[in-house]
Design a binder for this molecule. Structure first.
Ligand code: BG6
Length: 510
């Protein structure tokens, strides 16, 4: 059933209640409800299952059910016309403020009554689809109201939290301590939605199930690896959050570094959750730590100004809603890093992400070394390198670039591509990341949810960058030093290209 790993107790699908905090918010509407709906359509939800939405905005259960139904119609990859009724039957709503202790007590009673009617046996998932400042207070209230201790020892408890897991290393540790006072590590599901994406699930299979690739996956045969997550959108309505986060915090200690870990880790001894997580954390620990000089040399940030994306004029970051006119928040980051182990010593990894790039694309590019002086070199000049590209989105697939003879008698040598696309013909068949995340959350398989030490190690890598920027900011004031700009609709500042071009390499556009 599953590509990335397997936990003890797999296939056990207990009845349970899913409690969603932030059920009237954007994430729930766009991602969570449509994902639950698709699992329902495909018969993956437990037979005895209920959802309780917690929110402030809506006044009644009927209004909540209407909203869920509308969300499904608008955002689900599949919609069956008459199905909203059945699907919604298990959906309930509780309206209260998150700092209202009596709300949690009412919730406790409500869940106990649902256990009786829906036979859900005291099993609970608390899903925190709320802003991070609410994580700690909700967890404290769950403990104070004994919502996590109730049930007389029967039933299990899980908590799912959305990134960001802290703002820096210290706050991540603080948040974790607060969670750990109430939940055991085995009960904590940290959501990094990239790990639910189909092609990221596929990375381990592509690496470890192909004798074509695995023997070449090292510094003897690979010249460099590029991991890019490019977005064409700007910050939209999330300015307030983004202004505090910036591209580094928003995308690095989570999506990009998880991807890096899957690309670079050693093969796990088996597919158990612990074995996979152990290998991921090992490779993250092996990252060469960046000194202040290395940050100056190897890390490029940028901020978009007005420009054109998809033929449409768009405004600059500083003109976006909720952004200050002298903002020094980066909307783009590119960096070069190295891994200090025998497989990867000397191979540069280039990671980048940015908003308002020319198009949306995420991919891993493996560039193989070129062959030393073959007879072809002399006659035809330098050959194009072999590339293996794992395309994560919007196209999902793999392509392999290799050299072949040009057609016809006088032909030279040309790079050709073998392209495999798994979502081109039937895009609606490709599950959304949140379907996979719910699927595993409900079954209690933690493999695609990062463990605390992975999070801690990724912050430990990122922290010197934050420190170096903070001290550069102090030294240079608000003059814009160290923060080049790039027009919306371009691939980031020139400095990001220089990072590779100085070494005779280039970013591959995929
Ligand atoms: C989120 C970030 O985690 O991922 C957003 O906070 C970003 O800023 C988003 O836009 C990208 O996700 P996806 O799935 O659209 O690539």
């Amino acid at each position: 059933m599953w590509a990335m790993g397997r936990a003890m107790g797999e296939n056990r699908i207990d009845p349970c209640i899913l409690v969603i905090f932030g059920a009237t918010g954007d994430l729930a509407r766009r991602k969570l409800f449509p994902a639950l709906y698709n699992l329902y359509l495909e018969g993956w939800l437990p037979e005895r299952f209920g959802v309780v939405g917690i929110g402030r905005r809506l006044g009644s259960e009927a209004a909540f059910r209407d909203e869920v139904c509308r969300a499904v119609r608008e955002f689900s990859r599949k919609v069956k016309t008459e199905v909203c009724g059945d699907f919604l039957e298990g959906f309930h709503y509780q309206q209260f403020d998150l700092d209202e202790a009596s709300g949690f007590l009412r919730l406790k009673e409500f869940l106990a009554s649902m256990d009786r009617t829906r036979e859900t046996r005291g099993n609970r998932i608390f899903y925190l689809a709320v802003a991070p400042e609410h994580f700690g207070p909700i967890v404290d209230q769950l403990a104070a109201s004994r919502l996590v201790a109730e049930g007389g020892g029967w039933g299990w408890r899980r908590i799912a939290i959305e990134k960001p897991f802290g703002h820096d290393l210290a706050s991540a540790r603080e948040l974790n301590q607060r969670l750990a006072r109430v939940f055991a590590e085995e009960e904590i599901y940290r959501i990094d939605h990239y790990l639910g994406k189909e092609m990221i699930q596929n990375l381990m299979v592509i690496r470890f199930a192909n004798s074509l690739f695995e023997p070449l996956w090292n510094n003897r045969h690979i010249d460099n690896i590029q991991i890019s997550i490019n977005e064409s959108q700007g910050v939209g309505t999330r300015g307030r959050y983004y202004e505090q986060a910036g591209a580094l915090r928003d995308m690095f200690p989570n999506h990009l570094m998880q991807l890096l870990a899957l690309v670079a880790m050693e093969p796990p001894v088996d597919l158990c959750t612990k074995s996979i997580r152990d290998e991921k954390v090992k490779v993250i620990r092996a990252l060469q730590r960046l000194t202040q000089e290395a940050v100056e040399r190897d890390v490029v940030r940028g901020q978009y100004t007005g420009g054109n994306v998809d033929g449409e004029a768009v405004r600059g970051y500083k003109e976006e809603e909720g952004i200050s006119a002298d903002s020094r928040t980066e909307t783009f980051i590119a960096l070069r890093l190295f891994i200090n182990n025998s497989r990867w010593a000397g191979v540069p990894f280039y990671l980048r992400t940015g908003k308002r790039m020319p198009r949306r694309s995420a991919a891993v590019v493996i560039q193989f070394r070129t062959l030393p002086g073959t007879l072809y070199f002399k006659e035809f000049g330098a050959l194009e390198p072999n590339l293996l590209v794992v395309k994560i989105q919007p196209e999902e697939g793999v392509f392999l670039q290799f050299n072949a003879k040009e057609l016809g008698p006088g032909g030279g040598i040309v790079p050709v591509k073998m392209n495999y696309c798994q979502n081109c013909d039937y895009p609606e068949d490709s599950p959304e990341a949140y379907e996979r995340l719910f699927f595993d959350l409900i079954r209690g398989d933690q493999s695609i949810f990062p463990r605390w030490d992975e999070i801690e190690q990724t912050w430990a890598f990122v922290q010197p960058i934050l420190d170096a920027w903070a001290s550069a900011g102090e030294a240079t004031g608000q003059g814009g030093v160290g923060l080049p700009v790039y027009p919306a609709g371009t691939w980031g500042p020139q400095e990001a290209r220089d990072l590779l071009e100085g070494e005779g390499r280039n970013w591959w556009l995929v």
